[in-house]
Design a protein around this ligand. Structure first.
Ligand code: ADP
Ligand code: MG
Length: 358
């Protein structure tokens, strides 16, 4: 049984449908990501989980109980916000103690738990410090300490690292993941940053326009986006317009590209297939296209001309023209290639996703 279950949650603000029919399950001990562009409804979803916003319809179950109408303070969830939401007039101790005082814990227990929480976020002995004397990274650690001090049944993060600079963000990211693991907590982590979600989360739901488009392991989402919107949102992709020709060989379906007229065979499970002669989009990541000079009878070997080579440190981006079809490939070394060269671009069938265009 999942620890947290959202069932068909919807929420509207006047004319804005902020969240539309969102369903997802979070397992016990899971670090679960909600990833999507700004304005897609992530914060609203998280606030409904926290009990800070009431859904218009749908329900929320936690540990087998319906908590849809349970007040926030009785849910026992810890929350960490982007802007830290600390009390500037209180010192670190009082900020971390806040949730414990609200729960009427005895003073010795409060002192013990605050101390422990500050140690966990690597700010031991900071109790007396004023919050406004701390750096952004330290303030966010205090906010995390406050959230874990209550030993929350669920931790909710709303873009907690986005106000930190890059180095600190990556460092804090690693520590956060380690901390949540060590405490055996379950977390829901909201972010618009794909790299952050991929680095942190066990599973991710991709959200666009108030809806969840796809939920899965980071690698599956990246390599096999089920929809055009997911493919576009998750980094660079060659999006190739095509129509389906025939089932082709037993496990490969055959397509013809609209640009270039190439025949491309892809490996598909039957769940993904489009009808014959129907237009669709084939997606392949630049790093999955192989460039070779030899036509050694590989599947989906497309003759192409090198149009551009862009050196980008560890890799080079190579723009190819295949009879009117533009392809981008990433190569560790642009070994021996020059602009104007003829080559073969190989698109391995198992690396190609078939996207629904919706
Ligand atoms: P995200 O966190 O993904 O950026 P939000 O959940 O904050 O998205 O917002 C989703 C949509 O709902 C946006 O269009 C936003 O403007 C709108 N919205 C959010 N909160 C309110 C509110 N309290 N009143 C009116 N509109 C809101
Ligand atoms: Mg938000």
């Amino acid at each position: 049984m999942p620890l947290l279950s959202l069932k068909n949650l919807s929420k509207r603000f006047d004319k804005t449908q902020a969240v539309a029919d969102v369903s997802l399950d979070v397992e016990r001990g899971e670090f679960f990501g909600l990833l999507g562009p700004s304005g897609c409804g992530k914060t609203t979803t998280l606030r409904m989980i926290a009990g800070l916003e009431t859904p218009d319809s749908g329900s929320i179950e936690f540990d087998g109980r319906d908590i849809t109408n349970l007040p926030a303070e009785r849910r026992g969830f810890g929350m960490v916000f982007q802007n830290y939401a600390l009390f500037p007039h209180l010192n670190v101790f009082e900020n971390v103690a806040f949730g414990l005082r609200a729960r009427h814990k005895p003073n010795p227990e409060i002192r013990e738990r605050v101390k422990g929480a500050l140690e966990l976020v690597q700010l031991p002995g900071y109790e007396k410090r004023r919050v406004d004397e701390l750096s952004g990274g330290q303030q966010q650690r205090v906010a995390i300490a406050r959230a874990i001090a209550i030993e929350p049944a669920l931790l909710l993060f709303d873009e907690p690292l986005s106000n930190l600079d890059v180095t600190l963000r990556e460092e804090t990211r690693g520590e956060l993941r380690e901390l949540v693991n060590r405490l055996g907590l379950t977390a829901v982590y909201v972010t618009h940053d794909q790299e952050e979600a991929f680095a942190l989360c066990d599973r991710i739901s991709v959200m666009v326009g108030g809806r969840i488009l796809q939920t899965g392991l980071p690698r599956d989402l990246y390599e096999h986006p089920a929809q055009l919107l997911v493919g576009q949102f998750l980094g660079r992709n060659n999006l190739i317009r095509a129509i389906r020709l025939s089932a082709g060989k037993s496990e490969l379906a055959e397509f013809q590209t609209l640009e270039g007229g190439h025949t491309i065979r892809i490996a598909v499970g039957d769940k993904n297939l489009v009808p014959l002669n129907q237009a669709c989009i084939l997606a392949i990541r630049p790093e999955h296209i192989l460039i070779t000079k030899l036509d050694d009878q590989l599947e989906n070997a497309v003759p192409a001309t090198v149009r551009e080579i862009n050196f980008a440190g560890a890799t080079s981006s190579i723009k190819l023209d295949a009879n009117g079809l533009t392809l981008e490939a990433l190569a560790l070394e642009a070994a021996g290639l020059s602009v104007g060269d003829h080559c073969i671009a190989v698109l391995p069938p198992e690396r190609i996703s078939l996207l629904r265009n919706e």
